[in-house]
Design a protein around this ligand. Structure first.
Ligand SMILES: C[S@@+](CC[C@H](N)C(=O)[O-])C[C@H]1O[C@@H](n2cnc3c(N)ncnc32)[C@H](O)[C@@H]1O
Length: 190
């Protein structure tokens, strides 16, 4: 049994729940982003790897970094990657807006259900800009800002316009919204 380091087991259960696949299937993300076979993904706020684990499995030649600020999440992700024999996935403990990876290393950056938890989105967006390789894509997926029975309560949701402003403020271009999920917004930028 991994040490949960004080994390709420119910939250971990929710993040791992296969029920999420019915409305938030990560495979749809890759259909939009079209990862190259040997690309490098940096998944920020990876949690227990709801996106990172299936990505590493689907793209065995690719490299995946699952980054989180909670040691317990990183520990669980590392353990699950090892259990599944995914040696192309590295779980990485990060600081809130700093990841110990070199400039321009990422072809793809994903942030799923993270934005509404951020205390300081602007420096994290700047960190994404530093990490993204020329021609790379950053994808922000978070709950829609509406009452739909799944999104968190008003005040804990981030309007799409705000996410777009954060991306623009960090210098990202070609900002596009993709209507692929019922309860989540999905925005890409390069
Ligand atoms: C709601 S969970 C989503 C996890 C995963 N992306 C998923 O969809 O299952 C949000 C995660 O973001 C992490 N987190 C919160 N603030 C963060 C920050 N500034 N940088 C990186 N991770 C952060 C939390 O520890 C948590 O694991």
């Amino acid at each position: 049994m991994a040490d949960l380091l004080g994390m709420d087991p119910e939250r971990i259960g929710r993040l791992r729940s296969p029920d999420r696949l019915a409305y938030f299937d990560p495979a749809k993300i890759w259909q939009v982003l079209q990862p190259g076979p040997d690309c490098t993904l940096v998944d920020i706020g990876a949690g227990v790897g709801f996106l990172t684990l299936p990505f590493a499995k689907a793209y065995p030649e690719a490299k995946a970094f699952g980054c989180d600020i909670l040691e317990g999440m990183v520990g669980l992700l590392a353990r699950d990657a090892a259990d599944q024999g995914l040696d192309n996935l590295q779980a990485l403990l990060m600081r809130p807006s700093a990841i110990d990876l070199p400039d321009g290393c990422a072809d793809l950056i994903t942030m799923a259900q993270l934005h509404h938890e951020l205390d300081a989105p602007k420096p994290l967006m700047a960190e994404c800009r530093r990490l993204l390789a020329p021609g790379g894509t950053v994808a922000v997926i978070d709950w829609k800002d509406e009452e739909n029975g799944k999104s968190p309560a008003k005040g804990r949701r981030v309007p799409e316009a705000t996410i777009r402003a954060h991306l623009t403020g960090a210098g990202f271009k070609d900002i596009q919204s993709h209507d692929i999920y019922e309860f989540h917004g999905f925005i890409t930028a390069s």
